[in-house]
Design a protein around this ligand. Structure first.
Ligand SMILES: NC(=O)c1ccc[n+]([C@@H]2O[C@H](COP(=O)([O-])OP(=O)(O)OC[C@H]3O[C@@H](n4cnc5c(N)ncnc54)[C@H](OP(=O)(O)O)[C@@H]3O)[C@@H](O)[C@H]2O)c1
Length: 310
C-alpha cells in the first residue's frame, strides 16, 4: 500500500511511498482509508529534523471496514468508520475497537476525518471543566481545529462562549458556531470566566488564567504560540476573589485504556447530521499534501486540512 512517510528531502517533509500492508491483530479491524486530516502536532513532528526519514505518523482517518476484527469486536465489514491511530497516513489501517467510531453510511469521509484529535480533545477537555450551563467559558485559538469544535460543544452545553482569535475576519464565523463574544486576545476580556480551554499557551495562558473567577479551571491543551508562559508571583495570588483557580494539563492519549468508540460514534453522527461543523478550510487529493502542510505551518488554515485518498 502507499503511505505518507517523513522525508525531509521532499516538499512538506512528507512523500508518498510504498510500505508493507498492516497485519491486523485479532482485536483489530482492517480499514480502507478514504480521507485523513492533519493536526498541527503531527505536522510539527513531521517537519522536525529530529524525526527520522521514513517515520510513519497520522492520527486522524475515516474509511470503510474491509475486514472486521477476528475476535468479533467493533464494526462489521462494510461499515463506514472514523478512526484514531498513530501511524495512519496510509491506504490501510489496522485499528482496535476502542479507537473506532461507526458513522452513517452516507457520511462524508472528509468531514469525518476532522473528528478524532480535534473533536475528541474538545469534548474531553470540556468535560474536565465541569458544568458549563450558564457559565462563561473562554476558548483560545478558537479558529483552529480544536477551537472550532470547542466553541460549538461549549455553546451546545449552555455556556456563554468567549472565543479568542487574533484575526478579526474570523469573528462572524465564530459567532455562527455559537460564540457569544469574540476577542483578539484574553487580556481584552473584561468579565471573569469560569473555565478556559487554552490552545495557544504563552502570554495567552497567563492572561486567560488572570481572567478566571474563583474556583475556575484553565485546561492547557496546546502551545500554538510556541512561547513561554511566565506567571509572576502576583499572578498566583489567591486574594480578592481569585482563590482556588487551577491549571490542568491535558493529553488525549494520556490513558491508553480509554475507550473512544462511543464518543467517536456520537461526534460522527452530529457532524453527518449537520449539527456540528467540521471546520474544513482546505480539502484536496493527498498528492497535494505539501500545500496543506504549508498552510497549517504558516497559520493560514483557520480550520482543518483534509486530504482525500484516490
Ligand atoms: N494535549 C493534547 O492532547 C492536544 C490535542 C490536540 C491538539 N493539541 C495542541 O493544541 C493546539 C491547537 O491544536 P489545533 O489542531 O486546533 O491547531 P490549529 O488548527 O493550528 O489552531 C491553532 C489556533 O491557535 C491560534 N494561534 C496560532 N498561533 C498563535 C500565536 N502565536 N498566538 C496566538 N494564537 C495563535 C490560531 O488562531 P488565530 O490566528 O485565529 O488567533 C490558530 O487557529 C496545538 O498546539 C496542538 O498541538 C494538543
Amino acid at each position: 500500500m502507499r503511505a505518507l512517510v517523513v522525508d525531509h528531502t521532499s516538499p512538506g517533509h512528507l512523500s508518498l511511498t510504498d510500505v508493507p500492508d498492516p497485519q491486523p491483530a485479532a482485536h483489530e479491524a482492517l480499514v480502507r482509508v478514504e480521507a485523513i486530516s492533519l493536526n498541527s502536532g503531527e505536522v510539527s513532528r513531521a517537519t522536525d529534523p529530529a524525526t527520522p526519514n521514513g517515520a510513519r505518523l497520522g492520527w486522524d482517518a475515516a474509511g470503510v471496514v474491509v475486514r472486521a476484527a477476528a475476535d468479533g469486536s467493533g464494526p462489521a465489514e462494510g461499515d463506514r468508520v472514523v478512526t484514531l491511530g498513530e501511524t495512519g497516513w496510509a491506504e490501510l489501517r489496522a485499528v482496535p475497537a476502542t479507537l473506532l467510531g461507526t458513522a452513517p453510511r452516507d457520511a462524508d469521509p472528509g468531514a469525518l476525518s476532522t473528528i478524532p484529535v480535534a473533536g475528541l480533545s474538545a469534548l474531553h477537555v470540556l468535560r474536565r471543566t465541569g458544568q458549563l450551563l450558564g457559565r462563561r467559558v473562554m476558548v483560545t485559538g478558537a479558529s483552529g481545529g480544536v477551537g472550532r469544535y470547542a466553541v460549538q460543544l461549549a455553546a451546545r452545553a449552555g455556556a456563554h462562549v468567549v472565543a479568542i482569535s487574533r484575526d478579526p475576519d474570523r469573528a462572524g464565523e465564530l459567532r455562527a458556531l455559537g460564540a457569544s463574544e469574540v476577542r483578539p486576545e484574553p487580556a481584552a476580556v473584561t468579565e471573569p470566566v469560569a473555565a478556559v480551554l487554552d490552545n495557544v499557551g504563552g502570554p495567552h495562558l497567563v492572561a486567560a488564567f488572570a481572567a478566571l473567577s474563583a474556583g475556575g479551571t484553565l485546561v492547557s491543551v496546546g502551545r500554538s504560540a510556541g512561547a513561554d508562559a511566565v506567571l509572576t508571583p502576583d499572578a498566583l495570588l489567591g486574594d480578592a476573589g481569585r482563590h482556588d483557580r487551577s491549571i490542568r494539563t491535558f493529553f488525549l492519549f494520556g490513558d491508553p485504556a480509554t475507550d473512544f468508540a462511543a464518543d467517536l460514534t456520537w461526534l460522527a453522527a452530529e457532524v453527518t447530521a449537520g449539527r456540528l461543523d467540521p471546520g474544513i478550510s482546505w480539502r484536496g487529493p493527498w498528492t497535494r499534501h505539501p500545500e496543506a502542510v504549508e498552510a497549517l505551518l504558516t497559520h493560514r488554515l483557520h480550520g482543518k486540512a483534509v486530504l482525500v485518498l484516490d
